[in-house]
Design a protein around this ligand. Sequence first.
Ligand code: EPU
Length: 341
Amino acid sequence: MITENMPLIDRNTLRLPASAEYFAELASESELRALLLDEAFFKLPRTVVGEGSNLLLRADVPGLVIRMAEKGLAVVAEDDEFVWLEVKAGECWDALVATTISCGWQGLENLSLIPGSVGAAPFQNIGAYGVELADVLDSLSAIHLYTAERRDFSCADCCFSYRDSIFKSAQKGEWVITSVRLRLNKSPKFSLGYADLKARFDQLPDSQRTAQAIRDMIIALRQSKLPDPKVLANAGSFFKNPIVSAEQHQRLQRHFPDLVSYLQSSGDYKLAAGWLIERAGWKGRRVGNVGMHEKQALVLVNYDAATGAEVSEFSRQVCASVNEMFAVLLEQEPVVLPVVI
Ligand code: EPU
């Protein structure tokens, strides 16, 4: 179904006002390919959206805005240890997590309550509490936005890194993901690298150490820190945690002994952007309609009727002040649309 001048305010969790020139919601790959090859839309720019939980809409989006709505989940292979699941892009990510746990499959529990669709998950390699999509993704299928070519990407082809993939970098704006294949464990194999999670898990009696228990803990942790977008508009973490060299880390630590950082396998350090932003004085600070959240300084919130321009200006001020204090450049996490204004 195609709608002209479709308002997007209810389709982005930051609730920014913008519209799509043509909004197409598609229920199958064949519908998608027919649209992409339709001469009536041939010269238009094309953009893909999911549930809008990681979007910064700066202005109206020209051309075709495509959302894959196809649902479905099937076991495509199985052995003694693993199950391979194929999931269509239009499924809700958290509903998928809940379903896999109730089927007795493990691997997604740490990624509970992340908003958004299954198709959007690979774009930014969603991650939380020590697990990333890259850890469980076997492969995915995508259709090229301009040629309608169908291609399978292995996990390595996706070039995943922290909150990044080929779809957000080298081949940005080229593909629409139509389905993903995940490899899940049939027996318990939990990721407890996140200290707060491990501490809570270790307190449980053996009989209660289940994927469902981890899911419940993650839900409680997220709900205690992150504002519910249905109550207070936001797009989750608004900045990435910056990665700095060991030398820069050492310099920073000399000035700020309580700096929060995590050593990476590369020898670099990931800094907690929330800590930097809080230290720079932005936690709970509001300018007009926009602010950084009072419980988690990494989450930018739209209190009331903010525009994309207001959000961008506020974000620029936060970045400038963090850069001035720490000489660290913050990078925005949400996808900015339209690409050109
Ligand atoms: N911190 C502060 N002040 C704050 C917030 C955080 O000092 O206001 C410091 C604390 O020391 C805290 C540390 O930063 O211990 C880390 O905070 P938290 O555990 O809340 O995680 P995060 O690094 O702020 C990342 C992800 C989240 C994910 C959590 C848990 C990014 C950009 N964000 O946040 O992902 O849920 O870890 O794994 O990597 C998202 O991407 O939208 C998202 C919510």
